[in-house]
Design a protein around this ligand. Structure first.
Ligand code: TGC
Ligand code: FAD
Length: 387
């Protein structure tokens, strides 16, 4: 039997098909060769490495679950593995791909008109058009049902007014999917960068996701033709169904971040000699490393099972919530403990865990905070709404 790999303790590798392994390995090579050499500096300089977009597109990472429209048509496990490898590099890289694929291409494909699909999907798959997803508002992201952004009918057009906050890719985006309240409930609109009255502003001074662009969006009497409304999107369930897709990817992605931190701490423990022996020989250190491996392994098994259920059409969004909650908490705890095992060196950007740890503070908050996912699971168990 092969030796047990520290970051694959239960041999998830053996559960993957050859195609799934190939997809994972191609993204792993991209991350090793192109992301890891530059990402610490990108994070330090508050800079998203935009130059990598064409390479990510060439690998087929954008809209990879979509059939046709120049997309790769991969299964859910492949999408998960892509997220895992990207986030092993940095949560900002996975965020970029999540938003492009799950939050913009998915709704255009699932709820858009033929014209919208033909116009945007091939361009987004090639990375020639970038998307963002505007749901959260300044007055509170956990409760999007109370959004204040409005869309009012005016002849064949809609007039949009409002503001969106904390929007990944906002300033980069050619197309913003804006969710707005109408007299008939929530609707989704494809707002194009050059539409008069639509402006963006980058949010600076973040301590988290520094290698990712986060923005505010402003809509002041933006006139949007009805042809830019997603015809299949009716009610709050429409944006929430996009979140299900993105949360699924995050459940896998954070495993990559945790693995990066764990492996760095494990290797360090073998070479750091204190009190006459390497740290890895101390019982208390082994307990911590074993705990990290246990938590990563359980997260991997959860994500894998979720992926197979998704491919079989059997996945419920409360199961995605449990996976997002468990796996983000796991990754944040592993990153924090790995940071501590590195001692003082662990506070510098040269070491990986602190960057992941800071990023994961965003990841555990966006796409539904930990509490929101606990309450979604609680509602599923009890049938009582406790938000
Ligand atoms: P509620 O009554 O529960 O639901 C309204 C309708 O939606 C349906 N539904 C879902 N459908 C699909 N997937 C889901 N996850 C769904 N959750 C609910 C539901 O069945 C219902 O349908 P219908 O036909 O009966 O009307 O709505 P609520 O207002 O009570 O809200 C519930 C709650 C709190 C769970 C929801 O508001 C929520 O999930 N809040 C968290 C908001 C959030 O996660 N925002 C994320 C913004 S995007 C983002 O963060 C991107 S970061 C990207 C990156 O950089 O990677
Ligand atoms: P709030 O909703 O104000 O929550 C504050 C606190 O209250 C949290 O601890 C929460 O758990 C708790 N809380 C909320 N409700 C309850 C309750 N009922 N009971 C008990 N406690 C509760 N949004 C987008 O639309 N698109 C994006 O691309 C996007 N990208 C993001 C990128 C980054 C880097 C970040 C940090 C956020 C991004 N978001 C995006 C926003 C994100 O989804 C929200 O931050 C998140 O949904 C939480 O909303 P909030 O920040 O307004 O916190």
């Amino acid at each position: 039997m092969d030796p047990i790999a520290p970051s694959d303790f239960f041999r998830i590798e053996h559960l993957l098909t050859e195609d799934e392994r190939q997809v994972r390995d191609a993204v792993a090579r991209f991350v090793d060769d192109r992301v890891l050499p530059i990402i610490a500096e990108s994070f330090e300089n508050d800079h998203f490495p935009r130059e990598l977009i064409p390479e990510m597109a060439a690998l087929g990472l954008f809209g990879c679950s979509i059939e046709g429209y120049e997309c790769a048509g991969l299964n859910a496990i492949c999408y998960g593995l892509i997220c895992q490898e990207l986030e092993r590099g940095d949560s900002g890289m996975r965020s970029f791909a999540s938003v492009q694929s799950s939050l913009v291409m998915y709704p255009i494909h699932a709820m858009g008109s033929d014209e919208q699909k033909n116009r945007w999907l091939p361009a987004m798959a090639k990375g020639e058009a970038i998307g963002c997803f505007g749901l959260t508002e300044p007055d509170g992201g956990s409760d999007p049902g109370t959004m204040k952004t409005t869309a009012r009918r005016d002849g064949g057009d809609w007039i949009l007014n409002g503001a969106k906050m904390w929007i990944t890719n906002g300033c980069l985006a050619d197309v913003a999917l804006i969710w707005a309240a109408t007299d008939d409930g929530v609707r989704g609109f494809v707002v194009e960068r050059d539409m008069p009255g639509y402006t963006t502003r980058e949010i600076k001074r973040k301590f988290s996701l520094r290698a990712s662009v986060t923005s505010e969006l402003f809509l002041e009497n933006v006139r949007v033709p009805d042809a830019n409304r997603l015809p299949g999107a009716e009610g709050l369930g429409a944006p929430l169904s996009c979140l299900t897709q993105a949360r699924y990817g995050i459940s896998w992605g954070v495993i990559g971040a945790a693995e990066a931190c764990f492996i760095e701490a494990l290797e360090y423990s073998k070479v750091r000699v204190l009190f006459g022996s390497p740290l890895s020989h101390k019982q208390a250190v082994q307990l911590r490393l074993a705990e990290m491996a246990r938590r990563i392994t359980t997260a991997q098994l959860l994500a894998y099972r979720l992926g197979r259920m998704k491919d079989a059409g059997e996945m419920h969004h409360s199961q995605v919530s449990m996976a997002k909650w468990n796996n983000c908490r796991m990754a944040l705890d592993v990153a924090r403990d790995a940071r501590d095992l590195l001692g003082a060196s662990g506070i510098t950007v040269e070491c990986t865990p602190i960057r992941h740890m800071l990023n994961l503070e965003s990841v555990i908050t966006y796409e539904g905070t930990e509490t929101i996912h606990e309450l979604i699971v609680g509602r599923q168990l009890t049938d009582a709404v406790a938000f």
